[in-house]
Ligand binder design. Structure first.
Ligand SMILES: [Zn+2]
Ligand SMILES: [Zn+2]
Length: 392
């Protein structure tokens, strides 16, 4: 039982077991290859699909980062490759109807596999098309920027709005540290911020278990917690693009995805810190402004949620408060990796910030410390106090 705790991340693909939480878990990804030089494993991973055509998708940035190399590896190994390059010049690729439509148009009747080279938009778009057409895909990551490699949602723009469509997990995941450590520094910091957010996500989950009787899987908590500890211990190395630090970051992001994949809920990945981030993002979108990277927002939201836990300390169930470090400790952790620390650092205005503290809990129906504060009649006072401190 729970042998998964003894497995290395790369060996967790296709794991199936009866868990101590009472459920049977089944993790459907076929192959995970994280580490130095793992892009060379791409042809081997794709081998079962060699009879058909391979559609490879990238944008101009990800083509330079890994796409060209991936195409050459596949061609040298004798695959029938078709390339789709989204060239947006210096603009970022927005995963909207036109991008999804183009991928669909380039998918031929005999396409047996798609390979997405990228991290955000390319991954989400290919993931979506893959789950609708049932043509499997492999993701070759180019930046350790978020935990979406191994998640069952595809956030896309739809008629001007961002919608997270349900989607299927990738067939295989390649996270080559040699490639990902060269990603733009703000993407590395964003990935780190998303990982830091798991601290309050786990604390919120514990609160929901104890106050609302929510389901919990201790195996998943252990898996994520171990990956976090490893990543946080090595965080200072991210500033110098250290191999070990990059690998620990990719593993933490991937492990969160594995945990979500095992239990089919996103509790291990997202709590109140993500609600603040979504609230801010919706405001950016409504104003027609490009939001900043998801993980940077999540990162600066995390100490704020830690402050909620501090303010609610006298009312928390036994053991919950201990799961969340102090606000100042989380701020120091973010700073150790060179990541932004305060909502002010990422351009969140005082009004938006205050409103997000008051209404953030309504973003999605998920119990968190913000809703707990509301129930206990303390939300207004806490929102006022934190806003005054941050924007003093
Ligand atoms: Zn996230
Ligand atoms: Zn379990």
């Amino acid at each position: 039982m729970n042998e998964i705790l003894n497995l290395e991340l790369n060996d967790m693909a296709q794991t199936e077991f009866d868990c101590s939480c009472g459920r049977h878990h089944n993790f459907t990804i076929h192959d995970i290859a994280i580490g130095k030089g793992t892009i060379s494993q791409l042809p081997k991973m794709a081998a079962p699909f060699k009879d058909g055509k391979i559609l490879m998708v990238f944008d101009n940035n990800t083509y330079k980062a890994a796409g060209e190399q991936a195409v050459n590896l596949m061609k040298d190994a004798g695959f029938n490759v078709k390339e789709l390059l989204f060239d947006r010049g210096t603009d970022i690729l927005i995963p909207d109807e036109s991008v999804v439509g183009r991928i669909l148009q380039e998918q031929d009747m005999d396409t047996s596999l798609m390979i997405a080279v990228g991290s955000g938009s390319v991954n989400d778009s290919v993931k979506y098309v893959s789950s609708r057409t049932k043509v499997p895909y492999i993701i070759v990551g180019t930046a350790p920027s978020m935990d979406g490699y191994v998640s069952d949602g595809a956030p896309l723009m739809c008629n001007g709005y961002k919608i997270s469509f349900p989607a299927k997990l990738a067939y295989g995941v390649i996270g080559d540290t040699d490639i990902m450590k060269k990603a733009p520094m703000d993407l590395i910091q964003a990935g780190f911020g998303d990982v830091v957010g798991k601290i309050t996500a786990l604390a919120d989950w514990d609160l929901a278990v104890k106050v609302k009787g929510d389901y919990r899987c201790d195996t998943c908590v252990t898996l994520v917690q171990r990956a976090l500890d490893e990543c946080f211990a090595k965080a200072p190395g991210l500033k110098t693009r250290d191999d070990d630090a990059t690998q620990a970051l990719i593993e933490a992001l991937t492990m969160t995805g594995v945990a979500m994949g095992l239990i089919n809920i996103s509790r291990p990945a997202s709590g109140a810190e993500h609600m603040l981030s979504h609230y801010w993002e919706m405001d950016y979108v409504a104003r027609g402004v490009n939001p900043i990277h998801h993980g940077l927002q999540v990162g600066v939201a995390t100490p704020i949620i830690a402050e909620f836990f501090e303010e609610m300390a006298d009312l928390l169930p036994e053991g919950t408060g201990e799961l969340c470090p102090k606000r100042t400790e989380i701020e120091a952790l973010l700073a150790s990796a060179g990541a932004p620390v305060s909502p002010k650092d990422v351009g969140i205005s005082k009004d938006l910030f205050y409103n997000s503290l008051l209404k953030g809990y309504t973003v999605r129906p998920r119990y968190s410390v913000m809703e707990y504060a509301k129930e206990k009649g303390r939300l207004d006072a806490i929102a006022q106090k934190i806003t005054n401190r941050v924007y003093a």
